[in-house]
Design a protein around this ligand. Structure first.
Ligand SMILES: Nc1ncnc2c1ncn2[C@@H]1O[C@H](COP(=O)(O)OP(=O)(O)O)[C@@H](O)[C@H]1O
Ligand SMILES: [Mg+2]
Length: 235
């Protein structure tokens, strides 16, 4: 696969203490990801998908080995440094949407921009554009409780994409959506992947998500057991 490498993991191990012994959630994971790829970490529940996504998202540290994200070895990042990396370059999408309930749709999407020191007019243009991408320009004043699940996840996609992040990490983003909304969200992400060339990494075991991926990394008991390119379905 061509393109610039944006993430590498080297001999990544994550273990948790468990009753005097330890439980290995990730075991010697060596991967690289390049600009613009649309990839999934696939495997059964408990195989280590979320753990791996959290480490490459600088939300968690490995027990051994290292992750290099956009040239930065995350072991050497301070709390603030990791926060800056996430704020500037990473977008996150979660299974449960994680919108802030007291804020409007507009404010939820604007939120990540408040940390970037942009002018109000720049923020407004970016929020408008992001809400246009997901077709929710008419819902700016709604609050999350007034949205359907599909709409809430589209707001979450807009929030993740508003700063045009280099990397988007999506953990089971369709787990709480019906089939029609799952496909809708996935087609939007394929479009944004093409338009912005952000690297997308999903954690999923949903066949609908898998059908759109062009690379499938299969995890089993914390190990990579397969890493294969495939033809994605047409969006
Ligand atoms: N904080 C933790 N303490 C102990 N075990 C954990 C912790 N987080 C995850 N695990 C375990 O690590 C394994 C992998 O978890 P996870 O990465 O969430 O899997 P997946 O996302 O593929 O379902 C699971 O067996 C889980 O129970
Ligand atoms: Mg998980």
């Amino acid at each position: 696969m061509d393109g610039e490498i944006v993430i590498t993991t080297e001999h990544l191990v994550k273990s948790y203490p468990m009753g005097g012994r330890h439980f290995t959630a990730l075991d010697d994971v060596n991967l690289s990801f390049v600009t613009g790829e649309f990839t999934g970490l696939v495997g059964p529940s408990g195989s280590g998908k979320t753990t791996l996504l959290n480490i490459v998202g600088a939300l968690d540290n490995p027990s051994e080995g290292r992750a290099v994200v956009l040239g930065q070895d995350t072991r050497h990042l301070s709390h603030r440094g990791a926060a800056r990396l996430r704020n500037e370059h990473l977008g996150f999408i979660f299974q449960t949407f994680n919108l802030l309930p007291v804020y409007t749709v507009y404010e939820n999407v604007e939120f990540p921009l408040l940390l970037l020191g942009l002018k109000a007019s720049e923020r407004r243009d970016m929020v408008r554009q992001a809400l246009d991408w997901v077709g929710l320009g008419d819902k700016v004043r709604s609050r999350p409780a007034q949205l359907s699940g599909g709409e809430a996840q589209r707001v979450a996609v807009a929030r993740a994409m508003v700063k045009k992040p280099r990397i988007v990490l999506a953990d089971e983003p369709t787990a709480n959506l019906d089939a029609a909304n799952s496909h809708k969200i996935l087609r939007m992400m394929v479009e944004l992947n093409r338009e912005l060339n952000s690297t997308f990494i999903f954690a999923t075991h949903d066949e609908k998500v898998i059908s759109y991926l062009s690379r499938i990394i299969t995890l089993q008991d914390g190990r990579v057991v397969d890493d294969a390119l495939k033809q994605p379905r047409a969006a």
